[in-house]
Design a protein around this ligand. Structure first.
Ligand SMILES: Nc1ncnc2c1ncn2[C@@H]1O[C@H](COP(=O)(O)OP(=O)(O)OP(=O)(O)O)[C@@H](O)[C@H]1O
Length: 376
């Protein structure tokens, strides 16, 4: 009950929820002693030993997952949030943290078994729910897009599917066209020319197969490189978008929901990642750090109620503006590495998260309209 009340209050205040996840030790971590991070049994707070001051620091969040929490446990906590896209909300979930802390593992995971992350689990849940709502005369259509922001340029990760998929509903992106963020008549942002691949709602097996194909294509197009900190480091921010349109035959209601699942590029120090030695890696790292700092500036402005919020200072914040400006619901995952060597970065991530948790966006808007029955 306490949990439910907490959620209701958060919903009314429109806070950005913050969940923290610490990954387990990996063989490459080369640490034999205990982690400086200790998650308390209530699952809502943690203590971290600050190397600089030598004293413990306490943090409270909406949810804190210990290293033992698997993919299913994590998804269970976000599934209601994800499902609200079917009610017509614009939902955004993003993972933040230093390189190698488990952001891609949380969002995408791997394979199609228990290690699946939030993206495939969300689509599966939405498909099940959309079919269940069919009994109440709801008909949903779904389509997906996948893009990355690399060195401040938008790149469509599904262009090759559009070229081979006759049914694609894309509007005129020929693969070489530069993508740009535009505003529609209602003032909502969209990416002009971005490929949208339909996902079959009637047959969930087929729908999941389509998703798997799409994820494979996107993953082969992503800008990934090997750094000292992570052999498969994402060098860009990636955003998976699920567009949901529903129509109710009885009431004539039309809902337009949106689910944005972002895997941010890892924040990193040039000396630890080894990026400073290579000109391209250096440029990438500077671009990643700059756009993450723009994200911080947006949260600072929102937290202090500033009259101007600098959404336009980076592609990432401009793209997510609707979700971060009170219209949508936002949830941030902060991923942490359990090692002592990373504790400085972990403290920085936690301080950032604390500020984000204090941001109040106001109550989210449901995107629902009513048409004369039969007229979509
Ligand atoms: N909860 C977890 N359980 C098991 N392994 C994990 C977990 N989280 C992360 N890992 C593993 O840790 C490694 C680094 O994780 P991942 O690639 O997700 O990090 P990242 O934060 O996305 O890094 P980058 O910002 O460099 O892309 C991967 O091998 C991943 O499989």
């Amino acid at each position: 009950m306490r949990r439910q009340m907490h959620n209701d209050i958060q919903e009314l205040r429109g806070n950005i929820r913050v969940f923290v996840r610490t990954r387990p030790f990996l063989p490459g971590d080369k640490q034999t002693d205990e982690s400086p991070i200790d998650v308390t049994p209530d699952g809502e707070s943690l203590t971290i030993l600050d190397r600089r001051s030598g004293s413990p620091l306490d943090f409270n969040f909406d949810k804190v997952f210990p290293p033992s929490a698997g993919q299913e446990v994590v998804f269970d906590e976000v599934s209601d949030f994800i499902q609200s896209a079917l009610d017509g909300y614009h939902v955004c979930l993003f993972s933040y943290g230093q390189t190698g802390s488990g952001k891609t593992h949380t969002m995408q995971g791997c394979g199609n078994g228990p290690m699946r992350g939030i993206i495939p689990r969300s689509v599966s849940k939405v498909l099940d729910q959309a079919r269940a709502m069919n009994k109440q005369k709801w008909n949903f259509t779904l389509s997906a897009s996948f893009l990355e922001i690399y060195n401040e340029n938008l790149k469509d990760l599904l262009t090759s599917m559009q070229q081979s998929n006759e049914k694609s509903t894309s509007n005129s992106n020929n693969g070489s066209k530069k993508l740009s963020i535009k505003r529609n008549r209602e003032g909502k942002s969209f990416v002009d020319g971005l490929t949208q691949i339909p996902i079959d709602v009637g047959d969930s097996h087929l729908g999941m197969q389509q998703l798997e194909t799409l994820m494979g294509v996107a993953s082969r197009s992503r800008s990934v490189a090997s750094t000292k900190m992570n052999s498969q480091s994402s060098r860009s921010h990636s955003v998976f978008m699920l567009h949901l349109n529903g129509y109710n035959e009885d009431s004539g209601a039309i809902v337009n929901g949106n689910l944005n699942l972002c895997d941010l590029a890892g924040s990193e120090r040039l000396d630890r990642s080894g990026a400073g030695a290579d000109a391209q890696r250096l440029k990438e790292t500077q671009s990643i750090n700059k756009s993450l700092s723009c994200l911080g500036d947006v949260f600072n402005a929102l937290a202090t109620g500033a009259s101007h919020v600098p959404y336009r200072n980076s592609k990432l914040t401009y793209l997510l503006q609707d979700c971060l400006s009170g219209d949508g619901k936002a949830l941030m995952f902060v991923n942490l590495s359990p090692t002592t060597a990373s504790s400085g970065e972990s403290v920085c991530s936690l301080r950032f998260a604390k500020r984000v948790n204090q941001v109040e966006l106001g109550k989210a808007t449901k995107h629902i309209q009513y048409s004369a029955k039969g007229q979509r």
